[in-house]
Design a protein around this ligand. Structure first.
Ligand code: WT7
Length: 651
């Protein structure tokens, strides 16, 4: 067998046609870092401003003088940019193409004109319910058109939306509602995924019984499946009853570029999830510009990002980026393997999808079923393929490129984070040769660097921690309600730069390879889970004395969750208790945090000062007992022996 290529050059035809072709990248990148003010002033012209900004950037990462402001005197409304300004030229163009969970449900084509009207009706309804600029609104919806309508309606009235993924539990909803004090929740009777019903309204009811949620005055309920739900009057209102009779125009709020657009909660290495806050002007410039450039967007593209709107990918690359660009954005309610593992490709053929953006975990899962379920479809409409969420292994990359894309379509591996608002590192498809497993080059204005543990910036070929040296417009501005936590988390490890939490290698060509998280965050199927959160869920169970959670390599998920549990004295580690604890974590956080392995630990490896040595626990979970490294600082080395014995017994 010959070795597969390690470089996939830009296809010649694309290099000639793409808006950003060979050579353009170097020129534009150079300009963007040499004269960022001029570069980003020009980029801002892609939006429609109520007041065009004259101040472009006002940024310092230095701790004594910290500030991040973009387009500080500009005024705009995000919903106007995603809707109103397209009405003259694209009023009848499909804005959102909705494909239901069940292929027998007719797809819906929502034009820009219709979407505008629906957003205006909800925006008027929100105002009538007392929602004002700056108020927080929680959105807990399935993948239905109303989720985009809800986000844009909030943006129209200046309310700050906070979308909570439908897979989170009542306790997680309550934590998020309490943290930001939201006034109103928009939910649905039920969600539908792979034929299963998700009790969204019931979850909201349970959440609102928990402490700290008194700020919520109204719950708007979309009738989606028609399933029976309890309505508690006057708090709960049917969405259509409140919205349908509203006027279909609505005066947009004038927002300063630095006014908040949304909060999205994400896990860190410590404590509760943080409310990542994004503002309006810089975020929208960056989301729309990266969406256009990274996917080489054309007017007649049908663009499909398979993420859920509950994650930042859904915010930036299903709703805000594509709609600001006047694109057709496909929204899919279902899952990749329902009713069969050909579903993705059937949807591609049905709607002639030209740009397809998904996660490595989905690619790996589908790859297991072989080529036949892909080859039974045409996929001739596909032009560009993208991935996001975690490092993609070269085998999966090659399968995606060779089988899904028939070797015709460039694959863009896009590295970014909830915090970055948009893509920071990716190969622009008409300009940069791709390498399986590498996100390759920084986007315009983005200055990555690799540092060693002491913070020394490494030049040339290097491996270490990834930092970003200067600001970009889509950067988060604060942790909601805790600015100090923002600074401590991202700007104190390597003073003067933004620390990503990721490890990274730069090769001899200058291409970047993300190697994964270097902190206590686990990336499960492209979703971030904080080890501390799972640990605190476990110890909240009365029979658990102590818990330690680490990630371990998982064939499909990328990383799985491995939990070590010490029970309180007198309790026995039975199979029934194991099941109970796994269910307890699902109940506390949600199904995405389900531990894959739970091991009873009579004791945990600790230093003499009492710190748990996770490095050792990771190696035991990986089943690599010969790589434990230095164990001489352990308070009680016999603990490791017993964990290894137990691990062998279980394997
Ligand atoms: C973390 C951010 C960005 C939206 C989805 C996840 C990992 C993301 C890649 C990639 C290697 C990646 C990083 C990052 N990650 N994309 N293309 N290659 N790793 O957003 O939940 O904020 O997670 O996902 O570890 O730090 P998120």
């Amino acid at each position: 067998m010959s070795t597969p290529p390690s470089v996939y050059p830009v296809p010649e035809a694309l290099a000639a046609q793409a808006a950003i072709g060979r050579g353009d990248y170097e020129r534009l990148y150079d300009e963007s870092v040499r004269d960022p003010d001029a570069f980003w002033a020009r980029a801002a012209q892609r939006l429609q401003w109520m007041q065009v900004p004259t101040q472009i950037r006002d940024v310092s990462f230095a701790l004594e003088d910290f500030r991040i402001r973009w387009y500080g005197d500009g005024e705009l409304n995000a919903s106007v940019n995603c809707l109103d300004r397209h009405l003259h030229t694209r009023g009848d163009k499909t804005a959102i193409l909705w494909e239901g969970d069940d292929p027998a449900t007719p797809p819906r084509h929502v034009s820009y004109r219709e979407l505008h009207a629906r957003v205006c009706r909800l925006a008027n309804a929100l105002r009538s319910l007392g929602v004002r600029k700056g108020d927080r609104v929680t959105i807990y919806l399935p993948m239905i058109v109303e989720s985009a309508v809800a986000m844009l309606a909030c943006a129209r009235v200046g309310a700050v939306h906070t979308v909570v993924f439908g897979g989170f539990s009542p306790a997680s909803i309550a934590d998020r509602v309490a943290d930001c004090g939201s006034k109103l929740i928009i939910t649905a009777d039920e969600g539908l995924r792979g034929g299963r019903r998700i009790p969204l309204k019931a979850n909201v009811d349970a959440a609102l019984k928990l402490p700290g949620t008194n700020s919520v005055e109204t719950v708007l309920v979309v009738r989606h499946t028609g399933g029976a739900v309890g309505m508690q009057m006057p708090r709960d209102r049917w969405y259509d009853a409140v919205v349908d009779d509203q006027p279909d125009t609505c005066e947009p709020e004038r927002m300063n570029a630095e006014d908040p657009l949304f909060i999205l909660y994400t896990s860190g290495s410590t404590g509760k999830p943080k409310g990542v806050l994004h503002t309006t002007g810089g975020y929208l410039v960056f989301a729309s510009y990266t969406h256009e450039a990274v996917f080489d967007l054309r007017e007649d593209d049908v663009y499909w990002c398979t993420a859920d709107v509950g994650w930042v990918t859904g915010h930036s690359y299903i709703v805000y980026g594509p709609l600001a660009n006047g694109a057709t954005s496909l929204m899919f309610e279902g899952v990749p393997n329902y009713p069969s593992v050909s579903r993705f490709w059937e949807v591609v053929d049905r709607h002639k999808v030209s740009i397809f953006y998904t996660a490595p975990t989905a690619i790996r899962a589908l790859m297991r079923d072989g080529d036949a379920p892909v080859k039974s479809s045409s996929r001739a409409s596909l032009r560009i393929l993208g991935t996001v969420g975690e490092p993609i292994n070269p085998e999966a990359w090659r399968w995606y490129h060779g089988v899904v894309g028939d070797g015709r379509c460039p694959v863009v591996d896009t590295w970014w984070q909830t915090e970055t608002g948009g893509i920071l590192i990716a190969p622009l498809p008409g300009a940069i040769d791709a390498k399986p497993g590498s996100a390759t080059r920084p986007f315009f204005g983005v200055q990555p660097a690799i540092v060693d543990a002491q913070g020394t910036v490494l030049e040339g070929e290097a491996e270490g921690n990834l930092v970003i040296l200067d600001s970009w417009p889509g950067q988060m501005r604060t942790v909601y309600g805790d600015h100090q936590r923002f600074i401590d988390t991202y700007f104190s490890a390597y003073p003067g730069s933004y620390f990503t939490g990721d490890g990274c290698r730069r090769d001899a060509d200058g291409d970047y390879w993300i190697t994964g998280r270097v902190d206590d965050v686990i990336n499960v199927s492209g979703h971030r889970i904080g080890t501390a959160e799972v640990e605190s869920a476990l110890v909240s169970h009365p029979k658990v004395a102590e818990a330690a959670v680490v990630g371990f390599p998982h064939d499909i998920k990328g990383q799985g969750i491995y939990a070590y549990v010490t029970l309180v004295a007198g309790e026995e580690g039975t199979d029934a208790l194991l099941k109970e604890l796994v269910a307890h974590v699902r109940g506390e956080i949600g199904p995405i945090a389900t531990p894959d392995h739970l091991q009873w630990a009579p004791g945990l490896p600790k230093t003499r000062s009492g710190k748990i040595m996770r490095r050792i626990l990771r190696k035991i979970a990986e089943n690599a007992p010969d790589q434990l490294g230095d164990t001489t600082t352990l308070a009680d080395p016999s603990v490791v022996e017993s964990l290894l014995r137990e691990r062998r017994g279980a394997a």
